[in-house]
Design a protein around this ligand. Structure first.
Ligand code: FES
Length: 428
């Protein structure tokens, strides 16, 4: 049964009941009503160079295979054999002609078709092999190199689902006429925290930077004292999208990449011509954003990541390094190393964040502590159209995008998804 989650929110007053982060029943509802109907990030196009290349990942907790077919089309399938549900692909990535189940040997080609059934003569005459292919996502599309998919046949096209965030996202994806690619592997690590803590923070939370990352900022400061005062007083904006996305960014008249090699490579006049002054001086700075529900990014660090839900108390972080295709190899490598130094699994900023989320989750297990009211009031009433940045923006130090994120989450949780209107037999 689904629960009305309205009672957990008073977002006009910036109040949220902590129950939404730890309740097992709400978590199951979240998989059905937030993850299943939404567009979810799968991979980057550059991970698939030739037919047969594949990558395995998750949509919510559903395991999926993303693969390029012989027609060079990208497809995504549930990574579950139609016979007994075994994972048909147990590798993280690779190249193959077929996915052969290691349990009884059913085999599927890269278009998902069931092409081999051992002992087929023992199946009855009415067994229709063509009907037992892998279950395919309802829609798959790409946005400037990023591959997304959804189980929801009624979801709007991807570009509509990204809404106004696309203008902000392009500060990372559209700097280079050649586009982007990912370099190095995919880093994966487990954190003992609810996935929303991370997604919300990347959409909205600049408040923590000066405190949680104080020691990291000191290490990175040329004087060793850290740019504490400047950070506290940093001007900036926070974009809140009605679809639940968010992006916060400081504004600097002179935008710059922190890594010296990367900084020296960029032609800032060309970037201004391509993206416009507002975008170069704003979202292309050291900000971060979230595409609702669980894809986040840091334009300057070159990190893109997914917060995979693994139960109410646990998430798995999967992170890639994104670079511009035109960069010479040494610049790509400098960007990769800078990203790992800051936001890799042992990155100096990443470790601070993980510690916060795990600690927050650990204190939510009590009866009283698990259902207390949390404060999301920062910046309430201060959001506006500033005439420079599209859509609604507020102060950099605000909970505005977090309130937008949870407004969307609440609405999806309280809306029957497409699969609740069809028979169980028809659902994926
Ligand atoms: Fe895959 Fe039996 S579970 S062949």
């Amino acid at each position: 049964p689904s629960v009305d989650v309205g009672a957990y929110f008073d977002l006009d007053r910036g109040l949220i009941d902590r129950t939404i982060f730890g309740d097992a029943g709400l978590y199951r509802q979240e998989l059905r009503r937030v993850f299943a109907p939404s567009w979810l990030f799968l991979a980057h196009e550059s991970q698939f160079a030739k037919p047969g290349d594949f990558f395995t990942t998750y949509m919510g907790e559903d395991p999926v295979i993303v693969t390029m077919g012989r027609d060079r089309k990208l497809r995504a399938f549930l990574n579950a054999c139609r016979h007994r549900g075994m994972r048909v692909c147990r590798a993280d990535a690779g190249a193959t002609k077929a996915f052969t189940c290691s349990y009884h040997g059913w085999a599927y080609d890269t278009s998902g078709k069931l092409i081999n059934v051992p002992n087929g003569e023992d199946y009855p005459a009415h067994f229709e092999q063509e009907k037992w292919g892998l279950i395919e996502v309802a829609q798959l599309d790409t946005y400037k190199g990023l591959v997304f998919a959804t189980w929801n046949p009624e979801a709007p096209p991807l570009v509509e689902a990204l809404g106004g965030l696309a203008w902000y996202l392009d500060a990372m994806l559209d700097r280079d006429p050649e586009g982007t690619e990912v370099v190095g592997g995919v880093h994966k690590w487990v954190l003992e925290g609810n996935w929303k803590l991370a997604a919300e923070q990347f959409a909205s939370d600049w408040y923590h930077v000066n405190i949680s990352h104080a020691s990291a900022l000191m290490v990175m400061s040329p004087t060793g004292k850290g740019p504490k005062t400047e950070i506290v007083q940093t001007p900036g904006r926070q974009y809140t999208d009605p679809l639940g996305h968010g992006h916060g960014f400081p504004t600097h008249p002179k935008s710059r990449f922190d890594d010296r090699v990367v900084h020296d490579w960029y032609d800032y006049d060309a970037l201004r011509e391509r993206l416009g002054d507002a975008r170069v001086e704003g979202p292309m700075t050291t900000g971060h954003g979230t595409v609702f529900p669980n894809f986040s990014y840091l334009p300057v660090n070159g990190s893109i990541r997914v917060w995979h839900p693994k139960g109410p108390d646990r998430m798995e972080v999967w992170a890639w390094t994104l670079v511009d295709r035109s960069m010479p190899d040494e610049v790509k490598d400098a960007q990769r190393i800078y990203n790992l130094r800051t936001f890799g699994p042992t990155g100096i900023f990443e470790q601070d964040d993980g510690e916060n989320w795990s600690e927050v989750q650990a204190t939510a297990h009590g009866f009283v502590s698990g259902s207390m009211t949390l404060n999301y009031q920062m910046g309430l009433g201060l959001e506006t159209q500033d005439g420079i940045h599209p859509g609604t923006t507020g102060h950099l130090y605000s909970d505005g995008a977090a309130r937008g994120f949870y407004t969307r989450w609440r609405d999806l949780m309280n809306t029957p998804a497409w699969h609740e209107n069809v028979t169980e037999k028809d659902t994926p």
